[in-house]
Design a protein around this ligand. Structure first.
Ligand code: PLP
Length: 440
C-alpha cells in the first residue's frame, strides 16, 4: 500500500470527536471499558459504525484493516456470514427464555467433544464471570481459601484478582483498584512469571491454604509474555506435588492457538479452565470447564453456588456454535499461523534492514509489537515503559494509513480468518511506512 491509502488525517475524525464529546457526558471517561478511551495513545477514540470481514468503518466513513478484532472474539472477522445467519435464525425465535434450550447443548457438545480436558462446562456471560466462578469452584472443591496469580496475567475485574505483588518474594497481594478490600487482596498471592523456585518456596509455605494457581498460559494482557514450556510444565508438576488445583485462564488463548487452547498447544492438563471471547462469536459469553468430577461440585449438583439470568443465552450460543464449527474445519489453525507469519515476517525484515528496535512476538494468530531488542520477554517487568512512546506514535501513523490496532502498546493484536493475503500485504505496506514515519 502506498501513501495513496493515507486516508484518515485527524481532521476527518470530526464525527467520532463529536460522539466522544457526547459520550463523556454519559459514561465515565466517555467509554464503557477503560482501554477504549485512547488514554495510552492520545487523541479521541474512533467510534465504529460497522465491520465486514477484516475491515471496520468509523463514524466518519473511514475504513480500517482491523487487528483488534473486538479484543479477540472475532477469529473469523466481522459479520461472518455463518455467524450472522445463526444469530438471525436464533433471534427470529426469541432472545431469552430463562429455561434450557437445544442451542446450549449444541455449543456445549461442540466444545466438550473436541477439547482434550473439558468434560463438563457451565456457560456464563463474560470472561470475568468465568474466572470468578472457576476460582469459587476451586475453593469449594479444595476447601482452601488462598489463590495464587502471576504478575502480568489478567483474569478480568474479579476483586480477588485485581491484585499486584506487595513487597518480598513470596508475597501476599495488595489491591490494584480502589474498592477492593485489602482483606480480599490478602487472600491472593502474587508471583513473577517464569520463576519456579519462587513458586516452589510459596507452595511449601502455603500449600495447606492454597486452593488454586491461576495463570494465563499464554499471557496476552501485558504484552505477549511467551512462557518457556518447561515453566508451564513445572507449574503443573508443583500443583500436583502440593495438592493445589491449576486454573488455565484461556479466555484469550482458548480456541485461538488451537481448538483446545494452550492446554492442547503445550500438551499440559489444567484442572479447571476459564473461557470467553471466541466461544461467543462476538456475543457476550464466558464459560468454565473441568472434569465431570470437579464440575459436579457446582449447583444444583454440588454446593458451589453460581447462576445467571442470561447464562447460555440462545443468541450467544448460536453465534458461538456457528463460529466454532468454522474453527473445526481441517487446517484452520495452521492457516491462522500462516497468515500471521505473512503479516509479521516482512515487517520484521523491514525493521531489521533499517535498524529499528522492533520485535514481534507471536503465538498462533496473536501478535505483539515490542520496541525492544530482547530475544525473550517473559515478565511484564521486562517491558520498558519508555518504549510505549514508539507504540503511541505508531498507532497514530497506522490510523492515518488505514490500519487499526488496539489503543495500547501493552495490548496484543489478532489476525482473523478474514484477513486474506491481499489485505495482509496492504497492512504490511502500511506498517513499514508507519515505522519509517515513527523513526524518521
Ligand atoms: C485472560 C483473560 N481473562 C479474563 C478476561 C475477562 O474477560 P471479559 O472482558 O469478557 O470479562 C480477559 C479479558 O480480556 C482476559 O484476557
Amino acid at each position: 500500500m502506498s501513501t495513496t491509502t493515507s486516508q484518515t488525517p485527524a481532521h476527518t475524525r470530526s464525527s467520532s470527536a463529536a460522539l466522544f464529546d457526547e459520550a463523556r457526558r454519559l459514561f465515565p471517561g466517555g467509554v464503557n471499558s477503560p482501554v477504549r478511551a485512547f488514554g495510552a495513545v492520545g487523541g479521541t477514540p474512533l467510534f465504529i459504525d460497522k465491520g465486514a470481514g477484516p475491515h471496520i468503518w468509523d463514524a466518519d466513513g473511514q475504513r480500517y484493516i482491523d487487528f483488534c478484532c473486538s479484543w479477540g472474539p472475532l477469529i473469523l472477522g466481522h459479520a461472518h456470514p455463518v455467524v450472522q445467519e445463526r444469530i438471525m435464525q436464533a433471534v427470529s425465535q426469541g432472545t431469552s427464555f430463562g429455561a434450557p434450550t437445544r442451542l446450549e447443548n449444541e455449543l456445549g457438545g461442540l466444545i466438550l467433544d473436541h477439547h482434550p480436558h473439558a468434560e463438563r462446562i457451565r456457560f456464563v456471560s463474560s470472561g470475568t464471570e468465568a474466572a470468578m466462578s472457576a476460582i469459587r469452584l476451586a475453593r469449594g472443591v479444595t476447601g482452601k481459601s488462598k489463590i495464587l496469580k502471576f504478575d502480568g496475567c489478567y483474569h478480568g475485574h474479579v476483586d480477588a484478582l485485581l491484585v499486584k505483588a506487595g513487597s518480598g518474594l513470596a508475597t501476599l497481594g495488595t489491591s490494584t483498584s480502589a474498592g477492593v478490600p485489602e482483606a480480599y487482596a490478602r487472600e491472593t498471592l502474587v508471583l513473577p512469571l517464569n520463576d519456579l523456585e519462587a513458586l516452589e518456596a510459596t507452595m511449601k509455605q502455603y500449600a495447606h491454604e492454597l486452593a488454586v494457581v491461576a495463570i494465563e498460559p499464554i499471557p496476552a494482557n501485558n504484552g505477549l509474555l511467551i512462557q518457556d514450556p518447561a515453566f508451564l510444565q513445572g507449574v503443573r508438576d508443583l500443583c500436583d506435588r502440593y495438592g493445589v488445583l491449576l486454573l488455565f485462564d484461556e479466555v484469550i488463548s482458548g480456541f485461538r492457538v488451537a481448538f483446545g487452547g494452550a492446554a492442547e498447544y503445550y500438551g499440559i492438563r489444567p484442572d479447571v479452565m476459564a473461557f470467553g471471547k471466541i466461544i461467543g462469536g462476538g456475543m457476550p459469553v464466558g464459560a468454565y470447564a473441568a472434569s465431570a468430577e470437579v464440575m459436579d461440585h457446582v449447583a444444583p449438583v454440588g454446593p458451589v453456588y453460581q447462576a445467571g439470568t442470561l447464562s447460555g443465552n440462545p443468541v450467544a450460543m448460536a453465534a458461538g456454535a456457528g463460529q466454532l464449527s468454522e474453527c473445526l474445519k481441517p487446517g484452520f489453525y495452521e492457516d491462522q499461523e500462516r497468515r500471521t507469519g505473512r503479516l509479521v515476517n516482512p515487517i520484521l525484515a523491514h525493521a531489521a534492514s533499517k535498524g529499528y528496535p522492533l520485535r514481534i512476538f507471536t503465538r498462533g494468530s496473536i501478535f505483539w509489537l515490542a520496541f525492544s531488542d530482547q530475544v525473550h520477554i517473559r515478565r511484564s517487568s521486562e517491558i520498558d515503559p519508555d518504549s510505549m512512546a514508539y507504540f503511541s506514535r505508531l498507532h497514530g501513523a497506522l490510523l492515518e494509513r488505514g490500519v487499526y490496532l488496539g489503543p495500547s502498546g501493552y495490548e496484543v493484536g489478532f489476525v482473523s480468518a478474514a484477513h486474506g493475503d491481499a489485505v495482509i500485504d496492504e497492512a504490511v505496506s502500511a506498517f513499514t511506512e508507519a515505522l519509517d514515519a515513527v523513526f524518521s
